[in-house]
Design a protein around this ligand. Structure first.
Ligand code: OGA
Ligand code: NI
Length: 291
């Protein structure tokens, strides 16, 4: 975790002209450096830069990841003493994926289901990573690093800067700081994992039922004027063509499905076509809005 943070910070320390080569505001790009959240769509920007990488399967994406810069000066000579950036990041991605699967197994079991139930329901999961860099901000009360949102995917594993706080979660209508602990990761439940359980059938689904046992967590990142902050969010995402819908057993005339059926691909595109702090993306998939 320490090496991962150091490697990520090293990336953001690169000269702007090196980083600019990776800049894109197109959310469909699988490797890109960008700023705020969705600069093309939003009117008010956030105090954040981020490098977004697709990470699964690793063999497919690692060759395109940023490598150690080849220009030769004292700064880059020092960089050569560090382990290659891609190796550190690949090793981290593999570990995080395994941890994610263990957690999905534990969540399934906590609902009285087979350990691999959720993993099977989500199909071959994609894995994305957002390496967030929040520079010092002269007027932090006027902006956010990231405004309030829930993550659109299934499960997020967040590595936080060990010295600088900034993450907050909404609990009982109050914002609570999640102060960093050097050896801890923060686990966020995303929109697709608002898991619910029907007591009589003990069934679990990846459909978002508002009274679910697990709800996606509303969170935001604030910035400060003294210190830059970094975080690394790893997102486990359902397979793109998986249909997200409640199992038939949970739907009846008296209890119709709250949301229409959709593929994760459709949900994800919708999520990225909007502002981060617009109405909750799931609202747009409610059945009464479907037609
Ligand atoms: C995110 C996120 C929080 C943080 O990247 O989705 O919520 O503390 N990050 O940077
Ligand atoms: Ni988030």
């Amino acid at each position: 975790m320490v090496k991962m943070m150091a490697t990520c910070l090293e990336f953001f320390r690169l000269p702007p002209e090196e980083k600019a080569k990776l800049y894109s505001d197109d959310p469909s790009k699988k490797i890109r450096l960008s700023t705020s959240f969705n600069v093309k769509k939003e009117l008010v920007h956030n105090w954040r830069d981020y490098l977004r990488l697709h990470c699964y399967p690793l063999e497919e994406y690692v060759p395109g990841w940023p490598s150690n810069p080849s220009s030769f000066n004292l700064f880059f000579l020092l960089l050569l003493l560090l382990p290659p950036r891609r190796e550190v990041v690949s090793a981290y991605c593999k570990e995080v994926r395994q941890l994610g699967f263990r957690l999905l197994g534990a969540i399934s079991q906590s609902l009285g289901l087979e350990e691999d139930h959720i993993e099977r329901a989500l199909g071959e999961q994609e894995q994305h990573m957002a390496i967030n860099y929040y520079p010092k901000c002269p007027e932090p009360e006027l902006t956010y690093g990231l405004p309030a949102h829930t993550d659109p995917n299934a499960l997020t594993i967040l590595l936080q800067d060990s010295d600088v706080a900034g993450l907050q979660v909404l609990r009982d209508s109050k914002w609570m700081a999640v102060d960093p602990k050097p050896t801890a990761l923060v686990i966020n439940i995303g929109d697709q994992l608002q898991v619910t359980m029907d007591r009589s059938h003990a069934l679990c689904c990846t459909e978002a039922l508002s009274n679910g046992r697990y709800n996606s967590v509303c969170h935001r990142a604030v910035v400060n004027s003294n210190k830059e902050r970094m975080s690394v969010a790893s997102f486990l995402c359902p397979c793109n063509n998986v249909i997200i819908s409640p199992p038939k057993e949970l739907v009846s005339e008296g209890a119709p499905a709250t949301y229409r059926r959709y593929t994760y691909d459709e949900y994800y595109k919708k999520f990225w076509s909007r502002n981060l702090d617009d109405e909750h993306c799931l609202e747009l998939f409610k059945r009464e809005k479907a037609f």
